[in-house]
Ligand binder design. Sequence first.
Ligand code: DO4
Ligand code: MG
Length: 286
Amino acid sequence: MKLIKYLGRDGRETVGILSERQGIVPLRFETGHVKSLADLLELDEILPTIDFLRDDNNAVSLDAVKLLPPIDQQEVWAAGVTYKRSKAARMEESEAAASCYDRVYVSPRPELFLKATPHRVVGHGGAIRIRSDSCWNVPEPELTLVMNSRMRLVGMTVGNDVSSRDIEGENPLYLPQAKVYNESCSLGPCICLIESMPPREEIQIRLRVVRGKETVYQGSTAISEMARTFEDLIHWLGRDNSFPCGVMLMTGTGIVPDREFTMMSGDHVEIDIDGIGTLRNSVVQG
Ligand code: DO4
Ligand code: MG
């Protein structure tokens, strides 16, 4: 089961389910205690409530609506250096921080950082941003875990941890500026509920960057390449930390283009994750 957020015909944020046969089927939140996507994700049994709320008579075509990022008030956190490829790329990028990256890859405590608050997040079809003061930028395609306020893993979405490599590489203390700014995070197109996801060892992630008509970068990885488990990351994130509205956790990138590559204004970035779908964004700078 896939959940999405979109702008309804009445201009209001609407939650719906993606149905291969019907397109988008809206959920009616007018009555009852479920008023938002986050409320739905809090339920022990989500599917019976979806069955009760679905409004099949008002289904709309996916092409006819603007999709919104599938997030309400949740914070977005991110894990770093969870794949060997990410460790190698960071060590190359910053001599000063090389030993930090090397150590964190094998340490029990993972690297976790606050990536975005909801207003910095764009959805499928929106534009991700390159900072005006940066000249080396990459998309980071990351499977993103969706937890409710009890830190229960309820779903997964596709995430892009857009990053400024020159700023991050100049000094590790600049990491928050390399990672957290307006439109530095993309999530979507939907949340796939955990029971509908394929087995973890089968999930592949693919990235493609298109410039004009040309594919200027493509790469892929698999969740089986991750050095940590989802449970371990969730456990560390929830230590001494509470998330009253739930939280999203990007699980790190296993695809890092070579040094010569930088993302440019006008590019189109596509990230495809098995079981969820494809997140597409254009790129702007400044
Ligand atoms: O420490 C740098 C950030 C790492 C990161 O974002 C990743 O590995 O995905
Ligand atoms: Mg990342």
